[in-house]
Design a protein around this ligand. Structure first.
Ligand SMILES: N[C@@H](CCC(=O)N[C@@H](CS)C(=O)NCC(=O)O)C(=O)O
Length: 220
């Protein structure tokens, strides 16, 4: 089997460690599957050749023996379907895992992203919206923390693809106190990120950025 994932060759530090190919790299590492990178310069993701693979010009796209997928959640699910660690084969455990995958992407990530976008805007309107949006994020985080109040992982005591996606969503809040003020979530994120598969995935993404850092390129 030959697997290739798309990844930006380099992004500014504010986005390093957050680009969504990290989710796919992490799932592949958990599943013990090797992969190659299709590296794109910023802007090349809008080229027609890439749009044929990823209609929105986003990272990541996934290619596997003639199959092309996009959307990080769908790609992680595809990988998880062949990895008992990520998706329990017990039908109820598997269904709950998929529920938490959707919860991460559909319920928690949207307000988190909205807050992240507001923080990057420089306008009084954006500043005024930050407080109510942060409160909406807080309510979502309360829901996650409540689930984790008496268990180590969303699916009882087993790490799954639900935790993989939830962790990558929590990471987006790294420049706020929203997660860092919640000890249950801090412990949970650390537990998930301590996994060797996560560490390998993050190192691989960061190594690509390092190799292609414009500051390291010889000047023309
Ligand atoms: N829902 C998509 C979102 C993908 C996404 O937003 N990717 C970002 C990088 S993390 C991107 O490619 N941004 C550039 C753009 O949207 O043009 C997924 O989960 O795959």
């Amino acid at each position: 089997m030959s697997i290739r994932i798309s990844a930006f060759a380099w992004v500014p530090p504010v986005a390093q460690g957050l680009v969504r190919d990290l989710r796919v790299r992490w799932a592949l590492e958990e599943a013990g599957l090797g992969y190659e990178e299709r590296r794109l310069k910023l802007g090349d993701n809008a080229a027609p050749e890439y749009l044929a693979l990823q209609p929105f010009g986003q990272i990541p796209a996934y290619e596997e023996d003639g199959l092309a997928l996009f959307e990080s959640g769908s790609i992680v699910l595809h990988i998880a379907e062949r990895c008992e660690t990520l998706l329990p084969s017990d039908p109820k455990g598997g269904a709950r895992t998929k529920t938490w995958m959707f919860a991460a992407l559909n319920t928690v990530e949207p307000p988190v992203l909205f807050l992240n976008q507001l923080q990057q805007m420089n306008s009084p309107e954006a500043a005024a919206l930050q407080k109510p949006v942060a409160e909406a994020v807080q309510r979502r985080l309360d829901g996650v923390a409540s689930r984790l109040s008496n268990r180590d992982y969303l699916e009882e005591d087993q790490f799954t693809a639900g935790d993989l996606l939830m962790t990558t969503v929590l990471r987006i809040l790294r420049n706020t106190d929203l997660v860092s003020d919640m000890p249950v979530l801090v412990a949970y994120q650390s537990r998930c990120e301590a996994r060797p598969a996560f560490q390998r995935a993050l190192s691989a993404q960061m190594a690509t950025f390092h190799r292609n850092d414009p500051a390291r390129q010889p000047s023309a």
